[in-house]
Design a protein. Structure first.
Lengths: 173, 73
């Protein structure tokens, strides 16, 4: 690629090759599925909590739409893998990509949340999630797990497209 | 497979063209290969890129799929 990464204008991920992988060490498909589901849940809750903190109607609406997007994603996961949500529930404190929800809430505690903040936060989390699931797919032990992670990668790509379109709208205002 | 012909049909694509290619293809249809050092990868990398530092490339070619388009940076 001409110019290398410096010339690339687009979302970039951070962290070493193992970043976030610690959440998926078990290797058991059911555990892997439940952890991914909990991360989606964690992100949905984050968007809803930020929407509660937010006074601007437009930003609140955007956050609610993003939360709905995660709800749709969870429904799709449940429909595709109906037998894998049984067993002990996983904490939803960890978000897609391996970030911690409380850290992000703390960041926004004493400041006004803008559309720009929301889109950039969403893009950062979805980019990290895309990267994490890609790394997990490459390391997957079984075809079932690999296919699941590739499904998640495709989903994150769709989320990124949605956010990128929203960003274009914000820039075009 | 030989490292000399792994990227036999190499083309130096612009980042904008790479971005378009990625938008038009499923992530599993291509490979992104980061040949920099681990510290550089850690600081920032293209989402989904596989890290194989250039000095390790010859010994780790079996980790790549020679049938897929591969974007190297």
């Amino acid at each position: 690629m001409k110019g290398g990464i410096i010339a690339y204008e687009g979302g970039k991920a951070v962290g070493d090759e193992a970043f976030g992988i610690e959440y998926f060490v078990s290797g058991d498909f059911s555990d892997v599925f439940r952890m991914s589901y909990a991360m989606e849940e964690g992100l949905q809750q984050l968007y809803l909590l930020l929407a509660e903190m937010c006074e601007e109607r437009e930003v609140k609406h955007l956050l609610e739409r993003l939360a709905k997007f995660e709800e749709g994603h969870k429904a799709k996961m449940k429909a595709l893998f109906p037998d894998d949500l049984t067993g002990e529930q996983v904490s939803a404190d960890s978000l897609e990509g391996g970030f911690n929800r409380q850290q992000i809430l703390n960041h926004f505690q004493d400041r006004k949340v803008t559309s720009d903040d929301v889109i950039q936060l969403g893009m950062m989390l979805e980019t990290q999630a895309f990267d994490l699931y890609s790394r997990l797919a490459a390391k997957a032990d079984t075809d079932e797990t690999k296919e699941f992670f590739l499904f998640m990668v495709r989903e994150e790509k769709q989320h990124l497209k949605f956010l990128s379109d929203e960003y274009d709208k914000v820039l075009g205002r | 497979m030989n490292w000399r012909n792994l990227f036999a049909s190499d083309v130096n694509m612009s980042p904008a063209d790479v971005k378009i290619f990625m938008a038009e293809h499923k992530p599993e249809e291509y490979q992104l290969l980061d040949v920099r050092q681990p510290k550089e990868y850690e600081k920032e990398h293209l989402p989904g890129a596989q890290l194989i530092p250039v000095k390790e490339l010859m010994n780790r070619l079996d980790e790549l799929d020679p049938t897929k388009p591969t974007f190297v940076y």
